[in-house]
Design a binder for this molecule. Structure first.
Ligand SMILES: [Zn+2]
Length: 81
C-alpha cells in the first residue's frame, strides 16, 4: 500500500512515512507532537473482572482509551495553497 506524503499541520515539514503508517490519523510530526504533549491523550484504566454473578474478582482487564487532543488551535493557521 502506498502511503501518502503528509505534512505537519504545525511546522509543515514532511511527516516520516513510518509515522504515518504507524499512526494513520496523525496530523503533526514527532517534534510538534512532543511539544503539545502527545497528539493523543491515552487513558489507561485497570478494571477488576470476575465471573458474572460472582463478587469475586479473579482477573484484571486493562482498558485503553485514546482521545485525540484538541487541534483547534492548529487549524487557525491558514492552509498553504
Ligand atoms: Zn511539526
Amino acid at each position: 500500500m502506498e502511503t501518502e506524503t503528509r505534512y505537519c499541520r504545525i511546522c509543515r515539514i514532511e511527516i516520516p512515512k513510518e509515522r504515518v503508517e504507524a499512526l494513520p490519523d496523525t496530523l503533526v510530526c514527532v517534534k510538534c507532537s512532543e511539544k503539545m504533549g502527545g497528539e493523543n491523550e491515552v487513558i489507561i484504566t485497570v478494571v477488576a473482572t470476575g465471573k458474572p454473578g460472582s463478587l469475586k474478582k479473579t482477573g484484571q482487564e486493562v482498558m485503553v482509551k485514546v482521545k485525540p487532543r484538541e487541534l483547534k488551535w492548529v487549524q487557525r493557521i491558514p492552509r498553504q495553497k
